[in-house]
Design a protein around this ligand. Sequence first.
Ligand code: E4P
Length: 220
Amino acid sequence: MKFFIDTADLDEVKEAQDMGVLDGVTTNPSLMKKAAEKAGRRLDFHEQIRQICEMVEGDVSAEVTAVDFDGIMAEAHALAPIHPRVVVKVPLILEGIKAIKALHSEGIRVNCTLCFSPTQALIAAKAGAAYISPFLGRVDDISFSGLKLLEEIITIYGNYGFETEVLAASIRHPIHVLEAAMMGAHVATMPLSVIKKLLKHPLTDIGLEYFLADWKKFRA
Ligand code: E4P
């Protein structure tokens, strides 16, 4: 399973990259806003994406904000040349699907975002999306199961051999990651806090404390 960090904050990207387990980054307009607020200044979107690309070795999703075909294509054509690692993020709407098809035929990779149903995911795969991003946490928020959605998408893609990678998004806690990994999702994109939680276990901390205390006594 590939681990992506869901952030536009360079410090967070660096911290995850330093752990040595990072495979990519996903950003979105809200995460760009959050990064700018933390920086306390306006950020140049393209420059921020370029810097992130230079910090990691995997794919970096950069989202369009246009909602019409021509606008999405124009933004995608401006984003893709920033760096070979850029994957253009396009929303799962009719105009977005048309753009995914056109971008795919041009060789521009797309992460199809804001996926909330398996039929949406099916259409995105048929259009040629490189990634599909089902939003687990946001589905859970309205009392449906994000993990069930993920399972349905993985089953459908498996039935037909689609090459679109399933990118579990809107991950809120380690159980989302565990279940996504059990199902064989290709990627999980997570906030830094969730990546850190994956390695925590109280018995590890307690065990280490005892070992170090005994080592001190042994060496005394
Ligand atoms: C994924 O690419 C999305 O940007 C992200 O996972 C959304 O997560 P949220 O629901 O926590 O905003």
